[in-house]
Write a protein that binds this ligand. Structure first.
Ligand code: C2E
Ligand code: CA
Ligand code: CA
Length: 855
């Protein structure tokens, strides 16, 4: 130590120069705190010029705050420099140019010299860095996001407050630990956290969803957003990891996924809703979740509520909805969410609160579940064991649940609807064929077991098609509903009625023998005959009913239905207005019918049908009014087949149009010949079926036949039954009008047998009415027949229509009909229908007789 000291002592200039060149600012002050010396650095730091400064008191030279510390007679003695032999601290120096900067100050008394040395170090940039780092630290901790910084290997260096709160760990638990064990799972389904984080550790940024380990609770779903920071060697030195809590969104998304997936798997809706409640209770254990639906009568029907006490569920089952009907009832009624933070005091629970309270339920929030069309399907309710206000987290969860409930309940409804559509007739609500068959199979199985008979009944309504056409489809639909009701009214709870197509119904009556089947069917026929108001019209329905019996006739529902159908068809044969039982002979009849159809087709195509004519005689001048062409079919093997048999058959198998045109052509040709032979026949009458008039080409064809045979339109009469007037087909009416316009006479055949209405006569271009033979035959005995005959004659007179009496057999009838005002008569009394040559003969005789015996 001696040597250097002495060396320096010997070189005071070197020491002074060293002090002069020091980085630190140095000021030497005397006892009066006057500046005795300062170096360059002090000049620079304080903004002083040496020549101005030396000799001046420090207080004058150095602006506050430094001066304040070193003022010799400052008020605060302890800050006086002479009391401060040693001082060390940082102060903000106000530079002569006005700017402030930080310096570190230390004061030392120089022993034995009476001088003090002030050393000033520039710490401005250090201070700035510190402030900046402090600011960053504050920011790092204050941001809501959870942030952690790791070293290049993923060891945690810093974890901000957000992260500590998110995962529940303390700083000490985190710092120094690896990031890897925190990650439990990821949305990418990588097998390990190591694998997930490997690219990040290798220097690639990472953004994904991860499930992180929480200190005490189940894990937390976060979005991880990690960026590597590189050192000068371009190696990742740090990782900055930002985590965003997405638990709620994630939980909701998972809830959605889980339920939608269950729905997609066709899990029954009740189970789906139970799953929903369970999930909700798992996410928020303080909730007791439940789903109720609203039935058609506006009553609550608990649907799911796995944690609700069963006795409470039973209590709300069937409760009505309405204002002040608890949470669910009120929510369903108002269509708005209802919050009862405290059931005990909530007016919505007045009178029923004790039931909830008894079961430990203190609060309830219920939200209506709305279908896409606005209907309220049910409610989703959250119950609480303590009174509480809505919690935003729960409200968001409820939102998600209500949406899911709507999807599930609506899907359930549409499934029910589809099921109903698939198995029921939508119009009447009765089972359709497949449902009836399914139920019948059950009934047959039970019957086999119990040795009970079962009756299968087939039913349809006579002329339903026409009624439908006349009254319109809407009325027809109502009629079918009414029929369905009447059918159901005669059946027992174990029986099934179904509608197949149109007016075809079937019934399966359990434990029912032939006698019971007959009486039930008869009762049904009677019930259907009870007057029915359709619009302005009163109808009485006539039903065709066929019955087959299990086990007597068949053992399968398919066969039984077939047999009952067959019996029903037979029930419509003339004279049968009672239920018909199936018999084996019917099968035979059916086969025969098919065979006959083939033969008829052949006869029509081969022109082997013939025409017979029956004259109509004018009751006043005894002239031939017209001759009616009647189809005849003599089969080489089967013999003569009645038109009562083959005409309906031709209608059913679509041959009637061809048959009608053939008859028309034949009749026109024959009339031409008779007239050419000078016979007194004014007109020929041809029967046409109602469907013929739907053919828009009919008028043209009629005109053709007339022209081809040089006949006037008025020489042709077309006989149509009332069914044609009932036909609302647009072409039918047009064709009828066109024909009338052409001048062809239209005759209303079989008047009095159908839905006769004088109203139709006003609108339709009829020239003639033929009162049905049944009335003519009963004129003497039946006052109703007489009244109708009189009315028809009066109408005829008023509307200038010819009135023809059909089927007169007795001479005695002639005078009577004449007196009543009939125009002409036709029947065996004059002659049965004759072949053309025989008719010619008859006409000649008639003409001769007439000239011999004038009327
Ligand atoms: P319809 O038009 O009422 O014909 C009158 C039916 O009464 C004829 O029976 C005729 O032979 C029968 N008849 C005539 N006088 C008497 C009598 O004094 N007493 C009795 N009991 N019956 C008498 P038919 O020829 O068997 O014809 C039955 C039905 O077949 C006809 O009834 C008509 O509806 C239909 N039909 C006959 N030919 C044709 C045709 O060419 N086309 C169409 N569409 N239907 C026809
Ligand atoms: Ca006729
Ligand atoms: Ca007739």
């Amino acid at each position: 130590m001696e040597q250097p000291e002495s060396g320096l002592d010997s070189n005071p200039e070197a020491i002074a120069l060293a002090a002069e060149q020091a980085d630190q600012g140095i000021l030497l002050l005397d006892r009066e705190l006057r500046v005795r010396w300062l170096n360059q650095a002090a000049e620079r730091l304080c903004g002083l010029r040496r020549r101005h400064a030396i000799g001046k008191p420090l207080a004058e030279l150095v602006p506050l705050p430094l001066a304040r510390h070193f003022h010799p007679r400052g008020r605060q003695r302890r800050t006086r420099i002479d009391t401060v032999q040693r001082y060390r601290g940082d102060i903000q120096l106000l530079h002569a140019d006005g700017h402030r900067h930080w310096v570190s100050v230390s004061v030392h008394g120089i022993a034995g010299s009476g001088l003090r040395a002030i050393y000033l170090s520039d710490i401005q940039s250090q201070r700035r860095a510190e402030a900046r780092s402090q600011l960053l630290t504050i920011g790092f901790d204050q941001v809501r996001a959870a942030i952690l910084i790791t070293d290049g290997q993923g060891r945690i260096l810093h974890a901000n407050r957000g992260l500590r709160q998110l995962l529940g760990y303390s700083d000490a638990q985190l710092v120094g630990q690896s990031l890897l064990p925190l990650v439990i799972d990821s949305s990418q389904g990588t097998s390990s956290s190591q694998q997930l984080l490997a690219p990040l550790l290798a220097g690639q940024p990472l953004r994904t969803e991860v499930y992180l380990r929480h200190c005490s609770e189940p894990g937390v779903w976060c979005e991880i957003n990690a960026t590597p920071v590189f050192d000068e060697q371009q190696q990742p030195s740090h990782l900055v990891v930002v985590l965003t809590d997405i638990s709620e969104a994630r939980v909701h998304a998972m809830l959605l996924n889980r339920l939608l997936e269950a729905m997609a798997r066709d899990v029954p809706t009740e189970e789906v809703m139970t799953l929903l409640c369970n999930e909700v209770e798992r996410i928020a254990p303080e909730i007791i979740a439940s789903v109720v639906r609203i039935d058609n009568e506006g009553k609550l029907r608990p649907f799911a509520g796995p944690s609700l006490p069963p006795s409470y569920t039973a209590l709300i089952d069937g409760m009505p909805i309405g204002p002040a009907c608890g949470c669910c009832g009120t929510a369903a009624w108002t269509g708005k969410p209802v919050v009862s933070s405290n059931i005990a005091t909530d007016p919505n629970w007045e009178g029923i609160a004790y039931q909830a309270l008894q079961h430990g339920l203190a609060a309830c929030w219920s939200t209506p579940v709305e279908a896409s069309d606005g209907r309220i399907l049910g409610t989703f309710a959250c119950y609480y064991r303590t009174a509480q206000e809505p919690d935003p987290r729960h409200l968001r969860l409820i939102d998600t649940c209500v949406h899911l409930c709507a999807v599930a309940l609506e899907r359930d409804l549409s499934r029910q609807h589809i099921h109903h559509l698939a198995y029921h007739d939508n119009l009447t609500g009765l089972p359709n064929r497949s449902q009836l068959v399914a139920r019948a199979n059950l009934a047959l199985a039970a019957a086999e077991h119990a040795h009970h008979p079962v009756a299968v009944v087939s039913l349809d309504i006579e002329r339903f098609k026409q009624i439908n056409q006349v009254m319109g489809q809407h009325a027809g639909d109502n009629l079918l509903r009414e029929i369905a009701q009447r059918i159901q009214s005669v059946l027992g709870p174990a029986d099934t009625a179904g509608r197949f197509v149109g007016d075809e119904f079937a019934m399966v009556i359990t434990d029912c023998d032939a006698e019971q089947a007959r009486s039930i069917s008869q009762h049904l026929i009677d019930r259907l005959q009870a007057p029915l108001q359709v619009g302005q019209t009163e109808l009485r329905l006539r039903a065709g009913v066929g019955i087959s019996l299990y086990p007597d006739n068949a053992s399968t529902i398919q066969s039984l239905l077939q047999q009952a159908n067959l019996a029903r068809i037979q029930s419509k044969l003339p004279g049968a207005s009672q239920p018909r039982f199936y018999s084996e002979s019917m099968d035979h009849a059916m086969q025969q019918r098919r065979a006959l159809e083939i033969r008829l087709r052949q006869a029509v195509s081969e022109n082997s049908l013939r025409v017979h004519y029956q004259p109509q005689v004018n009751l006043h001048d005894n002239q031939v009014h017209s001759v009616e062409a009647l189809a005849r079919w003599d089969h080489p093997e089967l013999g003569s087949i009645s038109p009562e048999c083959f005409i309906p058959l031709a209608e059913e198998c679509g041959l009637i149009g061809e048959l009608g045109m053939w008859m028309l052509g034949q009749a026109c040709r024959d009339l031409r010949q008779w007239r050419e032979q000078g016979l007194a026949v004014n007109s020929v009458s041809v029967n046409l079926s109602p469907t013929d008039f739907r053919d828009p080409g009919l008028t043209a064809r009629v005109r053709q036949h007339l022209q081809a045979n040089a006949l006037q339109p008025a020489q042709l009469t077309l006989e149509v039954t009332e069914a044609v007037l009932l036909d609302r087909h647009p072409d039918t009416l047009r064709t009828l009008r066109n024909l009338a316009q052409l001048g062809v006479r239209l005759s209303l055949d079989d008047f009095g047998t159908g839905y006769s209405s004088f109203n139709y006569l006003r609108d339709l271009p009829v020239a003639e009415i033929k009162l049905d033979q049944s009335f003519v035959a009963n004129l003497e005995t039946d006052p109703v027949a007489l009244a109708l005959a009189e009315a028809v004659c009066r109408i005829g007179a008023a509307l200038n229509l010819a009135i023809i009496a059909e089927g007169i057999t007795e001479a005695s009838q002639v005078a009577r009909l004449r007196a009543l005002g009939f125009t002409a008569a036709q029947g065996f009394h004059y002659t049965s229908a004759l072949q053309a040559p025989a008719l010619v003969q008859w006409l000649r005789q008639h003409q001769a007789g007439q000239s011999a015996r004038p009327v």
